[in-house]
Design a binder for this molecule. Structure first.
Ligand SMILES: [Zn+2]
Length: 463
C-alpha cells in the first residue's frame, strides 16, 4: 500500500531529513530585528534551493516584498485533481532572554527525542515537513496526488503585512480547493489535533512622556511628572486583578459561544490545564473567573504587557525621573472583535487615563483578524482520517489561542476551507527559551501530510 511506501521512504531518509531541518534552524531568521535582515533572506534562499531540487516543481520563486521575501512554488499538472495551497513561515521569534537557553538558540542540539533550536517547532519544523511530504510522494510515486501551491512567508512573527498584500493582490492566481497550514498545537502528545479557530491580534506600544529631559529626583521628586509611574497606573487600570479587561465595548463585540462549544471546551479543559501547568512550571492559573481554562486560553480576549522600557536599569542606584517610558502590549481577540476598532478603543481609554504633566500616545504595531472555520467541511474529515491513521487516536478539535493573520484572508478572500493541523506540544516552549520540536512529530507530520494529499487525490478520483 502507498502509505507503507511513504512510511518506508521516510524511515530510510529519516537521518537526512533531520540533517536538512537542522541546517534550516541554524539560520537566525528573526524577522522583527533589522540586524537579521540578511539571515531572513538566507532562510528564504535555503527554501528556494530546496524546492528547486524537488523534481517536477514548475515554478519556484523568491518574491521580493516591501519587507522580507516570500517563497512561492507550484506543482500544477493534474487538471482533474484538486489544488491545495500550503502555507508556512520561515521566520522566527527573537531569542531573549538569551541567558535562559541551555544551548545557543541557533546551534541546534538533539536531546533524547527533541530538537532544540529557535524556530524548531514554530514553524520551521512543521513547515519543512510539508516540503518533505511532497518530496517523499514524488520519489515514491513519481507524481503528486493533487496540485500544489506552496506559499511560505518570512514575517509571520512580525505582523505578516507582505503576505497579506500578496494574497490580496493575487487572489485569483492563488486559486485552490483548500489550504493546509501546519502552525498550531496538539492538545497533548499522541492526541492528533485540528484547530478550527484562531484568535486575532492588536499589538501596540504605549508611550508616556513627561519633562523634556530626565529629571533629578532630589529636585523634582514629588513635583515632576514620572512617565514610568503614569504608565504603571495606565496598565493597572487596563486590566483588573479579576482578569477583566477595562476597555469599554470590548466584550460587547464578542460573538457568543454556543452551548455546545462551551461544553466541548469544558471537556478538554482539565487535560489542557494539566499540560500547560506542567509545561511552564507554575502552580496556579490566573485570569478571569467564571470561565474554564480552555475557554480562557482560546475563546476569551486577552490583554498582556510584553515589556516596559524606561528609566535607569543598570547596576547600583541612580535617582533619575525619566522623561519617557514605553510599554509593549497586545490584545488577543476573538471572533466579532475587529482589531482596528479595538486599537481605537485602547487609544481612547489610554487618553482618559492620563495624569498631570504626562502625554500618552498609542502607536499601533500590528493587527490580525480572528477567524472561526467551519467544522463541517469534507476536507477537514479527510484530514482527520489521515491523522487517525497516523496516531491511532481520535482527533481533538480545538480553538487555538494564537494568531496566524493570513488564515483569515484565506478564509474570507480566497474562500477556501482551511485545515490547521497541529504538531507542537504544550512543552515545546514556543516563543520562549529552549524551544524544541518533538522529532517523532516531524516524521508524523511528513506522513500525515502525504496521507492527507493522497486521500484528497483518491477522493477526487472516486467522485
Ligand atoms: Zn508560527
Amino acid at each position: 500500500m502507498t502509505t507503507d511506501r511513504i512510511a518506508s521512504y521516510v524511515a530510510e531518509n529519516a537521518a537526512r531529513f533531520l540533517d536538512e531541518l537542522t541546517a534550516l534552524v541554524s539560520i537566525p531568521s528573526i524577522s522583527t530585528l533589522p540586524e537579521h535582515r540578511e539571515d531572513v533572506r538566507r532562510a528564504a534562499e535555503f527554501l528556494v534551493a530546496e524546492l528547486q531540487g524537488t523534481l517536477g516543481m514548475s515554478t519556484v520563486e523568491l518574491i521580493e516584498t516591501a519587507g522580507h521575501p516570500l517563497v512561492y512554488a507550484e506543482w500544477i499538472n493534474l487538471p482533474d485533481k484538486p489544488t491545495v495551497l500550503i502555507y508556512g513561515h520561515y521566520d522566527v521569534q527573537p531569542v531573549d532572554p538569551l541567558e535562559l537557553w541551555l544551548s545557543p538558540p541557533f546551534e541546534p542540539v538533539i536531546k533524547g527525542d527533541d530538537l532544540f533550536a529557535r524556530g524548531a517547532v514554530d514553524d520551521k519544523g512543521p513547515m519543512f515537513a510539508t516540503l518533505k511530504a511532497i518530496q517523499s510522494l514524488i520519489h515514491t510515486e513519481g507524481t503528486l496526488p493533487v496540485n500544489i501551491r506552496l506559499l511560505i512567508e518570512g514575517e509571520e512573527e512580525s505582523g505578516g503585512k507582505s503576505v497579506e498584500a500578496f494574497v490580496s493582490a493575487h487572489a485569483e492566481h492563488l486559486r485552490a480547493d483548500c489550504a493546509l497550514v501546519l502552525d498550531t498545537a496538539m492538545v497533548a502528545k499522541g492526541v492528533p489535533t485540528i484547530s478550527y479557530g484562531l484568535r486575532g491580534m492588536a499589538y501596540a506600544e504605549i508611550v508616556a512622556r513627561g519633562a523634556e529631559h530626565d529629571l533629578h529626583s532630589g529636585v523634582y521628586g514629588g513635583i515632576g511628572p514620572n512617565p514610568l509611574q503614569a504608565l504603571a497606573w495606565v496598565l493597572a487600570d487596563l486590566k483588573g486583578r479579576d482578569g477583566r479587561i477595562n476597555l469599554p465595548g470590548l466584550y460587547e463585540m464578542m460573538q457568543p459561544l454556543s452551548d455546545e462549544e462551551r461544553a466541548a471546551l469544558a471537556r478538554q479543559s482539565e487535560l489542557q490545564e494539566k499540560e500547560l501547568l506542567s509545561a511552564a512550571g507554575f502552580r496556579e492559573m490566573s485570569g478571569e473567573s467564571g470561565f474554564c481554562v480552555a475557554e480562557r486560553a482560546s475563546a476569551r480576549p486577552t490583554f498582556e504587557v510584553h515589556g516596559i522600557i524606561g528609566g535607569f536599569t543598570g547596576e547600583g542606584a541612580k535617582t533619575v525621573i525619566p522623561a519617557e517610558a514605553k510599554a509593549k502590549v497586545s490584545l488577543r481577540l476573538v471572533p466579532g472583535q475587529n482589531p482596528a476598532v479595538v486599537l481605537a478603543l485602547l487609544s481612547k481609554r489610554v487618553q482618559e487615563l492620563t495624569s498631570p504633566g504626562i502625554t500618552l500616545e498609542v502607536r499601533p504595531l500590528h493587527v490580525g483578524d480572528p477567524v472561526l472555520l467551519g467544522l463541517d467541511s469534507p476536507v477537514l474529515k479527510t484530514a482527520a482520517r489521515a491523522l487517525e491513521q497516523e496516531f491511532g487516536h481520535e482527533v481533538a478539535f480545538l480553538r487555538e489561542g494564537g494568531s496566524i493573520p493570513v488564515v483569515a484572508l484565506f478564509d474570507q478572500l480566497l474562500k477556501v476551507p482551511v485545515v490547521l493541523i497541529g504538531f507542537s506540544l504544550p512543552d515545546d516552549n514556543i516563543h520562549a527559551p529552549n524551544e524544541k520540536f518533538h522529532i517523532p512529530n516531524y516524521y508524523a507530520a511528513i506522513r500525515v501530510v502525504a496521507g492527507f494529499l493522497k486521500r484528497l487525490g483518491a477522493k477526487a478520483e472516486a467522485e
